[in-house]
Design a protein around this ligand. Structure first.
Ligand code: PMV
Length: 309
């Protein structure tokens, strides 16, 4: 049996902006999706990943498209060489955590091992990007990059089609975060399309938002490198207010953010597609992390405590 892993991720700065070639900062989280591939007499795809209610139903089309794209790109014919693919791992699947990229990376790695292809990380990342096209028609590539390489990354999509800019950001020590799940799943390709439409219709507004965002992400990198977590939190708040102006938040996300801020989190924002999915809250120190997690849970939302960097 062959096995592969892919990391989940959180976007600290830049969801949606990265689609247009602006920089983003994202980090892999410790939780992973695991794929196994084994010989079978027919093609089977078993999804045992833990997930929000309704996630797998809503994503079924995307998952099927992704698998087709991955198999096509790797030139694997599962009619001729039937295999059983099983997904598992502790990564709790919901929008905003890069679950589709973690799936694609884990499957690509498992196939690489199963067929003895010996693919390197660059090649795995390329396949994972192909799989991502099944969920976002024009994916920025930030999710598959985190899923494959791990770490805290500065990311810029090369709109010309050349290699993306990916720089590792080094920080003094990992920073605690709490992710609060809204329990809602949104469809990335639809939301990305809505943003594209709104950007075309309200050009001036979006130009201003994009300008303000560039300042936020540049300052954000500095705050990470100088380990100024108060400033980092402030910038996350600012990024969130820009996303809110782009109509990407929702009631549940606002409630989670309110709870986190009231418990003392220096910053909180939606992460990923938005209109559901996860909220990322900055919680340096175990004590604050516990307090914020409990406060969010008390409002009835599921949390995930982890670190970035
Ligand atoms: O919801 P997620 O974790 O798949 O993140 C999507 C991020 C977007 O910027 C909205 C799309 C993209 O391709 O980068």
């Amino acid at each position: 049996m062959a096995r592969g892993e892919g990391f989940g991720k959180v976007i600290l700065f830049g969801e949606h902006f990265v689609v247009y070639g602006l920089p983003g900062i994202a980090s892999a989280v410790g939780d992973k999706t695991i794929a196994t591939v084994e010989k079978s007499d027919k093609y089977e795809f078993i999804d045992n990943r833990p997930a929000t209610e309704g996630y797998k139903d809503k994503k079924q089309g995307e998952i099927e498209r992704s698998m087709k794209l991955i198999l096509g790109f790797m030139k694997i014919d599962v009619e001729k060489t039937p295999v059983k693919i099983t997904l598992s791992g502790e990564l709790f699947c919901t929008s905003g955590i890069g679950a589709s990229a973690a799936l694609a990376t884990s499957v690509a790695r498992a196939f690489s091992e199963y067929f003895g292809l010996n693919l390197n990380d660059e090649q795995i990342n390329r396949i994972s990007y192909e799989g991502e096209k099944g969920s976002a028609k024009t994916p920025s590539g930030i999710d598959n990059t985190c899923a494959t390489f791990g770490g805290l990354l500065w990311f810029e999509k090369n709109l010309g089609g050349g290699p993306n800019r990916i720089d590792l950001i080094k920080i003094k020590q990992p920073i605690g975060i709490v992710l609060g799940s809204t329990g809602l799943s949104s469809v990335t390709s639809e939301v990305v399309e809505d943003v594209r439409k709104a950007k075309g219709e309200e050009q001036e507004k979006y130009e201003r938002i994009f300008r303000e965002y560039v300042e936020v992400v540049n300052e954000g990198k500095k705050a990470l490198e100088s380990y100024d977590l108060e400033k980092l939190g402030e910038l996350m708040d600012k990024n969130h207010s820009l996303l809110k102006e782009m109509n990407l938040s929702c009631e549940e996300a606002e409630e989670i953010i309110g709870a986190a801020k009231s418990a003392g989190a220096p910053g909180a924002k939606i992460t990923g597609t938005g209109r559901g999915g996860y909220v990322i809250t900055l919680t340096p120190g175990k004590e604050l992390q516990e307090k914020v997690a409990k406060t969010i849970e008390a409002k009835g939302y599921r949390v995930l405590k982890t670190t970035i960097g």
